[in-house]
Design a protein. Sequence first.
Length: 318
Amino acid sequence: MTAVRRIAGKLGGLLLTLFLASVLVFFSRFLVPGDPVAFLLRGRKPSPEAVAQITAQYGLDLPPWQQYLTWVAGLLHGDLGRSLQYRQDVTVVLGERLPVTLGLVVMAGTMIAVVGLTAGALAALSRGRIADRSILIGLTVLGAVPSFVGSIVLIAVFAVQLGWFPSFGSGDGLWDTVYHLVLPSIALAIVFVVLVGKVTRSSMIDQLGREHVEVAISRGIRRGTVVRRHVFRNAVAPILTVSGMLVAGLLVSSSIVEAAFGLAGIGSLLVQSVDRLDFPVVQAIVLLVVTAFVLVNAVIDVLEPWIDPRSAAGAGAR
């Protein structure tokens, strides 16, 4: 029953978080200066009847609370509204751009996991030695490089000077798309590699100093076995917690990288939609990011007791 109550509590918290996020996302549009109807008219001066018709067509004549209920009802049926700038359903607009951003985030996430975990583990296992200091210096330097600066440097060196990778577009077909996304993925991953690397190092150093680890090593158990079974596994929980925050960070930061490399993803679409007061698209993208963040953190909460049984025992004790 304790496990059932725990899952029910997390599910309730998940639904409550999504509800509050939907309220904030929707009603924040009324705090933004500007009139979407003026954008739809594009400088024209139609009759009051025409303005009223356009306003009614997009539901802008309804009270805010009624607009919210209509929007939520549409969400539950997969209807995200209609884009003001593209004059298409938001689902169609997002469907055309979402694969590019997902590919970019997946590639960047893979790089972050491989490089960040490896760098952090090597630094922790060689603590105080030259390898540790070199990795820390490298991570510190990379951490000072913003995504847009990294994008410019990567384009200048590997696209313009060396000609190894393309600098614009997302390519056609699977492997051509992967080829085009290599540099954008590196630019997006740089800052987050630093975060994962430092958290991994700190967490593993903490575990290496635990008494049961020192006892296992003193008994002659192979260091690699101790690190794999006792150090790294127990150090994963803080890393997973950070990884949950990375999802939202990657989706938000992708807008900078997509603009630099000319990628038609949801990041660049978000920037365009904010500039053009395309509220249905902005609301859909922001809610998508929030939902991804909440779901990933919910999955991490479920996996954490399985990876580190001590967390489940602690929860049960409380």
